[in-house]
Structures are given as C-alpha cells and as structure tokens.
Ligand binder design. Structure first.
Ligand code: ACO
Length: 330
C-alpha cells in the first residue's frame, strides 16, 4: 500500500497534566483592591478564586510542569515527542515562541515546537492542528499545552475584566495508533469571525509599543459565546458520527458558569457529567480546558473509553469544539 492509500491513524489522548501557581487570590482579596464584592462575582460568573503566577514565574515554566505530568501519565519521556504545540495569549516574549523555550526546558530535542494564538479557543485550535499533523503522517507523538499568565495582561483598575481571569497550564499527550479505530479525536471543528475582533481584545502589541490590557464588551461576548459554542458543538457531534447522548462528559472552556449551564442544558447532560473548575480557577484562557480535563482524569471521573466533548471560544472571535474517545483500547 502506498502512503497515499494508507488509512488515517487514530489520534489518541494517552495522558494529561496540569499546573496551577501557588498564589491564590480570592474574591474577598479583590474586594480589598477594587470596588467589587464576592457576591457580585459569584452570581454573575460562578468564580470564587483564581491562581496568580509568581513574580519570577513564566508561562513556559507552567507549561513545562503540565507537560512533565502529562508525559508521566502517558508513560513517555520528552525525547519521545515529535512536536510541542503551546496555545497561549501570554507568551514569555514576543519571540521566540514559548513552545521553543518549553522544548529547551523539557530537553525534547527531537520535537518541532511552535505556538498557536487563538486566545480562549487556543487549546481547541492547537488540538485541531496536532490532530491534522498526526493524521497526515507528519508526526506520531505531540504534546499540546495550553498555558497562560493572563494576570499579566489585566488592567487591575478595571473591575469588569480583572475579576474574571486566572493563570495556569494544562497539557495532553497525543499519540498515533493504527489499531484503535473509533478511539481518540473523532472530530474537530474550528471557526473564526474577525468582524467581532473589537468586542474582546488587548490594546497593546508591537505596533503600539506596549503590552496592553484586556478590553471587553462582556454582554456581546456572552451572547456570541452561547450561540457559537452551541452551533460548534452541534457540528462536532455530527462530524463524529455519534449522537448527543453518546457524549459522556462535557469539558467546556471555563469562562462563566452561566455559559457552561446553557451548554449543559443544550446537551441535556446531568450536573455530574459536566466538569466545572471555573469557581476555583476562573478563566485561564487557553489553559482552562486541559486544566479541567486533567482534574477530572486524576479524580478518576473520566475513565478510559469515555467520550468527551471539548468546546471553547475567545477573542477573534475564534471558537471550536472536538469530540474525543479518551485513552486506548485495552
Ligand atoms: N463588581 C461589581 N460590579 C461590577 C463588576 C464587578 N467586578 N463589574 C461590573 N460591574 C457592574 C457594572 O458597572 C454594571 O453597573 P451599572 O449597572 O451600575 O452600570 C453592572 O455591574 C452590570 O454590568 P454588566 O456588564 O451589565 O454585567 P453582566 O451581567 O453582563 O455581567 C459579565 C458581566 C460577567 C462580564 C458577563 O457579561 C459575562 O460573563 N460575559 C461573558 C464574558 C466572558 O466570559 N469573557 C471572558 C473572555 S471570552 C471567553 O472566555 C468566552
């Protein structure tokens, strides 16, 4: 059989890992810094606390911790990796990519490494890119990491955005398999609509000579989030060949508990099948999905063979969803 005739391999998720910085900032702490209160934040968002990166800690440091833990779960080492993809909006530097630094820190000398920038949809985008690279035969093993030091791009005088975000990292290991039909990434869809770039953006970057801080029209983002996540999920489910009731777990982007509840209702999923970490992590942007996923994996809630729906949306607007059968056949 020629390479062109070979069936696509399955792309399995065989390990996960995550990392949260030590420092915790509660809503009560924030109330001492700005005109807000615990009740407002919890009622509107479901958030009670968030982790904040240490002064000397970098996005790449958090990414490396998460990757080590994911490699350990998969029973692999950094030198087994063909590629490293880091989804981040808060890179260590403008360049080189944070992924290149992660490659050096991990000692993954065989791996190509690059960043993907799709803000809160970054993990879904990075997973999609890695899936395509493995299916096309360019790589067999890729670590996909979502890592963010979002606290560094917040305006701590703007209560409408500062209370929403947190820092952290999550990672998954993807492996090609020719013997696992129906397992791994069953579908993945990504979308962008640049017409809405101005409802969620950072007022900084090389052209502006400053790093900048997050600006957001919260109500518009909310409206687009529920509508676009619902249609993205529909398409991902259709493409997977499964039905809504085949989904065992919803692992959504953790932006706001009200958005999560809306999607839960849409999928008619019971409470215990929706992974929620937003109360403790807040919105960690590209890190939020792999962080939530890893927590559920390590608590043995998500089991080998379970079908998980991931979905996320962020600045761009960029959004997407994927359906994955976790683990590998026994
Ligand atoms: N504490 C106390 N009061 C506040 C705060 C705060 N932290 N922030 C805003 N307010 C006040 C406002 O000033 C306003 O006061 P006013 O009525 O006197 O003018 C009032 O609360 C209501 O403000 P709204 O913006 O209308 O509040 P809303 O109910 O829309 O909730 C929120 C705001 C939580 C941001 C909501 O719009 C939302 O969740 N949007 C989605 C945005 C999101 O999740 N973004 C994350 C990035 S994108 C993503 O990850 C999906």
């Amino acid at each position: 059989m020629s390479k062109a005739e070979m069936p696509f391999p399955s792309v399995l998720i065989t390990g996960s890992g995550s990392y949260l910085p030590e420092k915790v900032l509660t809503n009560h702490d924030l109330a001492k810094m700005m005109d807000t209160d615990d009740e407002w934040i919890r009622q509107r968002t479901g958030i009670s606390q968030r982790h904040i990166v240490g002064d000397d800690e970098l996005t790449s440091d958090m990414a490396v911790h998460a990757a080590h833990r994911a490699l350990e779960m998969a029973g692999l080492t950094a030198s087994d990796m063909d590629g490293i993809i880091v989804a981040t909006t808060t890179p260590d530097d403008t360049f080189p990519s944070t992924a290149a630094t992660v490659q050096r820190k991990l000692g993954a000398s065989q791996a190509f490494a690059f960043d993907v920038q799709a803000v809160c949809a970054g993990f879904i985008y990075a997973l999609d890119v890695a899936d395509a690279m493995i299916k096309s035969g360019k790589a067999k093993k890729i670590v996909v990491i979502g890592a963010e030091a979002f606290s560094r791009i917040l305006d701590w005088n703007d209560r409408s955005t500062a209370v929403l975000f947190g820092d952290g990292a999550g990672a998954v290991i993807l492996e090609a398999s020719d013997q696992a039909k129906g397992w791994g990434i069953l579908s993945s869809v990504i979308f962008t609509d640049g017409r809405f770039r101005d409802i969620l953006y950072v007022d900084g970057g090389p052209a502006r000579g400053k790093v900048g801080t997050v600006k957001m029209n919260g109500q518009d983002v909310f409206k687009h989030a529920v509508e676009k996540l619902a249609s993205g999920l529909d398409q991902a489910i259709k493409q997977s060949g499964l039905q809504e009731n085949d989904i065992d777990w919803l692992v959504p982007h953790q932006a706001n508990v009200r958005i999560i509840n809306y999607l839960q209702k849409k999928l008619k999923m019971p409470d215990e099948k929706v992974v929620r970490t937003v109360s403790r992590h807040a919105n960690t942007s590209a890190a939020s999905i792999p962080l939530a996923f890893d927590e559920a994996m390590r608590e043995n809630r998500i089991q080998n063979g379970d079908v998980v729906a991931f979905e996320g949306i962020g600045g761009g607007l960029a959004w997407g969803a994927s359906i994955v059968r976790i683990g590998k056949p026994a």
